[in-house]
Design a protein around this ligand. Structure first.
Ligand code: FAD
Length: 393
């Protein structure tokens, strides 16, 4: 048995599910394929270790997809100030959302809540069929459509297949799209903590010679702490008891952190950069981490993925054939350079601030002071981080 759709989205993570929520509210018949269904949520469940900063543009997309209420109604923490400095020059720069007329820069939301709220927004859409658990094992392009064979033997086809299946994208592999990968030889140690200080409207990041240390406010007096360091050091930190880890954090994190009452969980992630050499093949297109993975130090990976799908949806809306080469070429021409630009900016931050010669570090610290002194530049940086400079035409 074979079913035909306008669009098949492989990967129902945050980016793929958001695309389904947009397309399903438009005129398209959509199939969403996901390997693992999101878990139900209860207010008592511990905070997810994976959290994302949702910027203004992503928030607009979640509103359009009828999912934002499902995030706000659970757990979401706004942040209104953003402070960045180098350990050698503690002044650095502080951005205030009010300076660009905004109430907040964005919100920190647990990844599991973002995904669940998006899936809930699909439940009453007759236009969206979820295949879960499901994985494609074969992709066969034809002139007018693409057929996917699933692991269980079923086959489905569509005018367009979207790879939203993350950094190890099987769609990307099956479409023969190569990637450029760079390993930073750095790991991110992520910890959920209860802090003594209430500092819930500010997120901060301090650059140190071994990697950035960051504070992301969560609901209540909770925080997500991120410590980028060498893989060996992160492995040592992971092996410490809670009380030992608290002692190290209180000593080695900036004094802004204050005391820590408890560590609620921890995990580590290797840091890599990945960019697909093309975003499209015949009737196949890549979005989100399937197309690009950037250094997470500025918390922009998900936001870039949401910018991808917002633009793709606009282009599809203007076309009768969702898989047409014209649509996919236009999408790639706009999104690849934009994602490359953000990737290069993260690269510059990494090289200016992390294990670099003293002269580069001084230049990095100086650049923060310059940004702080130039109001128009500072305002542009803020609007850019919020996704408000992105062209969606
Ligand atoms: C430490 C860290 C911190 C970060 N912080 C931020 C932040 O603050 N803000 C931000 O914007 N970004 C952040 N990011 C980046 C962000 O997490 C990713 O960009 C985002 O998760 C990408 O979403 P995605 O839906 O494209 O991919 P994924 O989240 O990887 O989702 C892919 C989905 O596809 C499914 N899948 C995979 N293979 C298959 C298959 N073969 N068949 C069917 N389904 C499949 C998976 O189960 C999954 O549900 C961070 C990343 C890291 C590592």
């Amino acid at each position: 048995m074979s079913s035909h759709y306008d669009v098949i989205i492989v990967g129902g993570g945050m980016v793929g599910a958001a695309l389904a929520a947009l397309l399903g509210r438009s005129r398209w018949r959509v199939a969403l394929l996901e390997g693992t269904a999101p878990r139900p949520w209860s207010p008592q469940q511990p905070l997810d270790l994976r959290v994302s900063s949702v910027n203004a543009l992503s928030q607009q997309v979640f509103v359009a997809g009828h999912a934002w209420e499902g995030m706000l109604g659970r757990r979401a923490a706004p942040f209104r100030h953003l402070r960045v400095w180098d350990y050698s020059q503690p002044h650095g720069t502080t951005f205030h959302a009010a300076d660009v007329g905004a109430e907040s820069f964005g919100w920190f939301v647990e990844n599991s809540i973002i995904q669940l709220a998006l899936w809930e927004s699909l439940a009453d859409l007759e236009t969206v069929t979820c295949y879960c658990p499901a994985k494609p094992v074969r992709l066969e392009p034809d002139v007018h459509h693409v057929t996917l064979t699933l692991q269980d033997g079923r086959s489905i086809s569509a005018d367009l297949v979207v790879g939203a299946d993350g950094a190890r994208s099987s769609v990307r592999n099956m479409a023969g799209i190569a990637v450029d990968v760079h390993d930073y030889h750095q790991h991110a140690l992520i910890m959920n903590a209860v802090t003594e200080l209430p500092q819930q409207d500010t997120t901060w990041q301090c650059f140190t010679p071994t990697g950035p240390q960051a504070f992301l406010p969560l609901v209540g007096q909770h925080a997500s702490l991120v410590w980028y360091h060498t893989p060996d050091r992160v492995r040592q930190l992971l092996a410490l008891s809670d009380s030992e880890l608290i002692a190290v954090l209180e000593q080695e994190f900036p004094q802004e952190l204050g005391g820590i009452r408890a560590i609620l969980g921890r995990a580590s992630f290797p840091i890599r950069r990945l960019h697909a050499q093309r975003y499209r093949a015949h009737r196949v297109v890549l979005v989100g981490d399937a197309a690009h993975v950037i250094h997470p130090l500025a918390g922009q990976g998900l936001n870039l993925g949401i910018q991808d799908i917002a633009l793709l949806e606009r282009y599809l809306e203007r076309s009768d054939d969702p898989g047409s080469a014209r649509v996919l070429t236009a999408y790639e021409a706009q999104r690849r350079p934009a994602n490359q630009a953000m990737m290069s900016t993260m690269e510059a931050f990494h090289h200016l601030f992390t294990p670099s010669p003293a002269v580069l570090r001084r230049a990095g610290a100086k650049s923060l002071t310059v940004i702080d002194a130039l109001a128009p530049l500072k305002h542009w940086v803020m609007r850019h981080a919020m996704g408000l400079t992105v062209s969606q035409r």
